[in-house]
Write a protein that binds this ligand. Structure first.
Ligand code: GDP
Ligand code: MG
Length: 440
């Protein structure tokens, strides 16, 4: 597959600029890569649409090939879709914190339960109680008990004849009475999603009121991933996803599918049968694996560096000419988001106190930055380059497109004008530019 992608990108290299046709051709290969990685079809579609939207018309900077440009956009969109770096399990609730594990039979719930218990015990020094609510598979409760004994983690004593909700209730009571910090409820699965399973999970949820509900899924889950994640999220409500068997050959497309349809974070990755085979989620690693290109990282890094350098040079020229348009503003806002917090970054820049004060006054936090990005993204390329075009009806269209109000659009335009003015004045100095473009 890498070869195929390589071929198509080579072709792009020889061709020069990125046209709709070029992007379309590259995306056919990307689509094939995603399908081979078991990404669900509807997610493949929405993903490639997003890439196309961003890639067509994107300016190709001189120092990278059009192919590299497309790869970088594919990679960027993939990481955005997969979400932020490892979100830890949230224990910020009154003790004992209930954690409920859900998923299909054989997905790795029991194994992951003991892995998480061990991690919370060793790393976070929490007192953990594990309880098996699996009354359906013979010896399932014993399986958890054996794992507990092996790793020195307490399990709820087994009482014959109880229903899963009854066990959940007893586990929470025991957790409270014996001073446990965390109670992990390991539920029973089915071979497929059905109504009785969802009813049972909902009942357990109502009894235990879990603070975290983690969907455990095999990395090899293919087209079912969407239905699986949607069903559990709609019927039970999940707070995160644990992807198991990433030590196998699977490319882990399920991660993209499940994240895309639920928006819930992927919290942990299982990489083996042993209790320590549990890893944090790193979106870029999974992205590379889904794309099936081992060397994509260095390629992307090289492209990014070149793009940053070239953009910086262009920006410098523009500023001196006093031509800071809305595309540049979007670039800057994106840059700021990446390095975390506008005020923080502005604080690092010499000679920018005045702008910073204005921005602070405008209460420019990250949600506002996101909104501003949405506004700019709803503009056409022409509008971004010539904000003067923005008459009342265009503003209304942009507000509707970005889910904002016309007054938000006006505020953004005002801010842009002020920044452009300020930059024109300061453009000849070094401080602003150096800070803006170099600040990573
Ligand atoms: P459950 O039915 O959801 O409780 O699944 P289990 O926890 O009993 O796991 C089923 C099988 O998958 C067991 O043989 C586990 O050892 C294995 N397993 C679970 N997680 C992983 C993993 O991350 N990697 C590998 N290779 N095997 C795993
Ligand atoms: Mg089990």
């Amino acid at each position: 597959l890498s070869d195929r992608l390589g071929d198509i990108f080579d072709k792009l290299t020889r061709r020069g600029a990125l046209s709709e046709k070029d992007v379309g051709e590259a995306l056919r290969e990307v689509r094939r890569a995603l399908i081979e990685a078991d990404v669900a079809l509807e997610v493949v579609r929405s993903f490639t649409d997003k890439v196309r939207e961003r890639a067509v018309g994107a300016e190709v900077v001189k120092s990278v090939t059009p192919g590299q440009m497309v790869i970088k956009i594919v990679h960027d969109v993939m990481i955005e879709t997969l979400g932020a770096e490892g979100k830890p399990i949230d224990l910020n609730a009154p003790s004992p914190v209930p954690i409920m594990m859900v998923g299909l039979q054989g997905s790795g719930k029991t194994t992951t339960t003991s892995k998480i218990a061990l991690r919370l015990t060793r790393r976070e020094k929490r007192k953990v109680l594990m309880a098996s609510l699996d009354t359906r598979r013979p010896a399932a409760q014993e399986q958890l008990k054996v794992l507990g004994e092996q790793y020195g983690i307490d399990t709820l004593p087994i009482v014959a004849g109880e229903t899963p909700p009854q066990i959940a209730k007893r586990a929470m009571t025991a957790g409270r009475l014996s001073g446990y910090d965390v109670v992990i409820l390991d539920t029973a699965g089915r071979t497929h999603i059905d109504e009785p399973l969802m009813m049972e999970m909902a009942e357990i949820r109502d009894v235990a009121q879990p603070h975290e509900t983690l969907l455990v899924a095999d990395a090899l889950t293919g087209q079912d991933a969407v239905n699986l994640a949607k069903s559990f999220d709609e019927r039970v409500g999940i707070t995160g996803i644990c992807l198991t068997r990433m030590d196998g050959d699977g490319r882990g497309g399920a991660a993209l599918s499940m994240r895309a349809v639920t928006g819930k974070p992927i919290k942990l990755i299982g990489t083996g049968e042993k209790a320590d085979a549990l890893e944090e989620f790193h979106p870029s690693r999974i992205a590379d694996r889904i794309l099936g290109m081992g060397d994509i990282v260095s390629l992307v890094e090289k492209a990014s560096e070149a793009i940053d350098a070239e953009k910086a040079a262009k920006m410098a020229k523009k500023l001196q000419k006093g031509a800071f348009d809305l595309e540049d503003l979007a670039d800057q806002l994106g840059h700021m988001q990446k390095i975390g917090g506008m005020s923080g970054m502005l604080g690092l820049m010499p000679g920018i106190g005045k702008i910073k004060k204005q921005l602070d006054a405008a209460n420019l936090d990250d949600t506002i930055v996101k909104r501003q990005m949405a506004i700019i993204n709803s503009m056409t390329v022409k509008e971004k380059r010539a904000p003067k075009l923005l008459n009342a009806s265009r503003k209304r269209r942009i507000a509707a497109g970005s889910g904002t109000e016309v007054q938000d659009v006006n505020k953004l335009l005002k801010m842009h004008r002020q920044m452009a003015d300020m930059m024109k004045k300061m453009g000849k100095g070094k401080g602003l530019l150096g800070g803006m473009m170099g600040g990573k």
